[in-house]
Design a protein around this ligand. Structure first.
Ligand code: ADP
Ligand code: MG
Length: 562
């Protein structure tokens, strides 16, 4: 019998036959250039393969080889600081060898085989080990303790384990049954990594951004959809969160927005400074990037790769922030592949499975106790930007994301236009987890957090109504009490909700500072209301004074009064 051959090719899709043993999602090598591909449909002896690399020049009758394995992530020391494509090839390392464009069929491992790591064992020879137990540690990038864990499918009695300097593929030890233990392990990207148990979402993912922490807080292990038109601040938010949120580890999946955006990310990210260490943020970041000129299938895969890496660090007990920018491009990749497959399209041409697929992505976020002794707790918090065409949130991808996300941070083009940043539309945004995390904020931010938040929403709502009225009858027709509300709402927008990503003293707001700003503004409103009720006029309310106090608070990184 002759081997499998290419019998049909259309863009990123190739049909190979005969492949009677092919398994769904198995990786195959396509053509003489051995392009990386994945089986996504099997009909009789014909396997349909999505190819992760450019298929230009591929001809009929070229050979197709099975590998017997699904698309897997390489997991181990050296992930942090790396820049990967959607299938895990190290763009950063390859760029040194090949320049920015990889030639097709390039076989490159995610982790550098030449690099050596100082391994310190912690498990004891003779101990019975199970999945998730710690074998020892390696220090990654001088700061992050990388726990080497027994892989999820391995268990047995430890026969040998030695300290020393190892490359990721060398054996650091062995189980009695002969199973070799290494710094490197692999995991199929489309399969969630197992946990011992999921934990309740009762503590916040503190972002350092007041509008989120105060008005729309999400839980650690929660998920957020951040839709916004072009220029509304999605990328700035993701980068601010990467820098200032409480996450220990950042995994950033860039799904090529237009043309050069990924080039910008590649240039900018490495220049971001980690406010905790003063060194590069890349030391605790993994970038997975797709430019719009990379094949769609790689873009589809990239989100799963990012999730798998995030789960791997979660299992070590870290709080991981997974950012996708933007998931709309991922959904568009699904649509392109679906149309090549001639699937029956759903709304606006997206596959009917879109909602289901998005649901499965978001389900992989969460806070959990990891497998293994010690009860390590970690979390993956998923923050996903969406770029709905024309900023229209009724389109299918945004709608599908909203059905599965725990919160919506809706960005508004008119706010961005007024340079009210972050341009979060407080009327449409919400968090389903706000109530669960309020006790934490009351304890760490300030008592009355819940009450201040309620008061803020009420004032913003009243402000909107009054501005409509004022638009009709003119501001002079308003009562002083109403003018005080307009004044207070202006302070809320300017000092509480508004926050510049570029002001070093205010780019990140500790929760105590957030509380103090809110408390100061709302106290101003209460005292002003009382003064007006006692016969005073707006002219006697000291707006200038409160503005000075607020400016000073805002200019102080910790929000401590001067
Ligand atoms: N928090 C912020 N503080 C100050 N400026 C901001 C902020 N968010 C966005 N901007 C401004 O808006 C511009 C566009 O933001 P960006 O994140 O690139 O938009 P998007 O990714 O939605 O297309 C930024 O270059 C910046 O000038
Ligand atoms: Mg952007």
């Amino acid at each position: 019998m002759t081997g499998a051959r290419v019998v049909r090719a259309a863009g990123a899709l190739v049909e190979a036959s005969p492949l009677p043993q092919a398994a769904l999602y198995e990786i195959v090598r396509v053509g003489r250039r051995r392009l990386l591909g994945e089986v996504i449909r099997i009909q009789g002896e014909v396997a349909t393969v999505q190819v992760f690399e450019d298929t230009a020049g591929l001809a009929l009758e070229e050979p197709v080889e099975s590998t017997g394995a699904p698309l897997q992530a390489e997991l181990g020391p050296g992930l942090l600081g790396s820049v990967l494509d959607g299938t895990g090839r190290p763009l950063s390392r390859l760029a040194e060898q090949e320049g920015n464009f990889l030639s097709t069929g390039t076989v490159a491992t995610t982790l550098d085989r030449a690099r050596r790591w100082e391994f310190t064992p912690s498990a004891k020879v003779g101990a019975r080990l199970a999945a998730g137990d710690e074998l020892g540690t390696v220090v990654e990038n001088e700061g992050v303790v990388h726990r080497i864990l027994v892989p999820p499918d391995v268990s047995g009695v430890l026969a040998e384990l030695k300290a020393g300097s190892y490359s990721v593929e060398e054996e650091v030890g062995r189980l009695q049954d002969g199973t070799a233990l290494r710094l490197l392990q692999r995991w199929p990207v489309r399969v969630p990594r197992p946990v011992a148990r999921w934990l309740p979402a009762d503590r916040p993912f503190v972002t350092g951004q007041r509008v989120f922490d105060f008005l729309f807080p999400v839980a650690e292990g929660g998920s957020v959809a951040v839709p916004g038109g072009f220029g509304t601040g999605k990328t700035v938010i993701e980068q601010s969160l990467a820098k200032h949120s409480m996450a220990d580890i950042v995994v950033y999946v860039g799904c090529g927005e237009r043309g050069n955006e990924m080039a910008d990310v590649l240039e900018e990210f490495p220049t971001l400074e980690d406010p905790r260490t003063g060194r590069s943020l890349m030391n605790r970041t993994v970038l997975v990037v797709n430019t719009s000129n990379m094949p769609v299938a790689a873009r589809e895969a990239s989100v799963y790769l990012g999730l798998t890496i995030a789960e791997y660090y979660r299992d070590m007990g870290y709080r991981v922030a997974l950012m996708a920018d933007s998931l709309s491009r991922w959904a568009e990749a699904l649509r392109e592949i679906g149309s090549l497959l001639r699937e029956m399209p759903g709304e606006e041409g997206y596959p009917t499975s879109l909602g289901n697929r998005l649901g499965k992505l978001f389900e992989r976020a969460g806070r959990a106790t990891a497998l293994g002794a010690g009860g390590r707790e970690g979390a993956v918090t998923f923050i996903s930007a969406l770029s709905p065409p024309g900023g229209d949130f009724s389109e299918p991808v945004t709608q599908a994301a909203l059905r599965v996300a725990g919160a919506l941070w809706a960005l508004d083009a008119s706010l961005a236009h007024q340079r009210q940043f972050p341009a979060v539309d407080w009327e449409t945004s919400y968090s389903l987890q706000a109530a669960d995390v309020m006790p934490w904020f009351e304890q760490h931010g300030g008592a009355e957090w819940t009450g201040l938040r309620r008061e803020t929403f009420a004032l913003l709502q009243r402000d909107r109504e009054l501005r409509e009225v004022a638009g009709l009858v003119g501001p002079d027709a308003l009562e002083d009490q109403d003018r005080l509300i307009l004044e207070t709402a202006r302070l809320l927008r300017e000092f509480l909700i508004g926050q510049s990503a570029y002001d070093p003293a205010d780019a990140s707001s500790p929760v105590t500072k957030t509380w103090r700003l809110a408390d100061t503004i709302l106290r101003f409103h209460r005292e002003g209301t009382a003064a007006l009720a006692g016969g005073g006029t707006m002219a006697t309310v000291d707006v200038g004074g409160v503005r000075r106090t607020l400016s000073a608070l805002r200019a102080s990184p910790e929000g401590t009064p001067t």
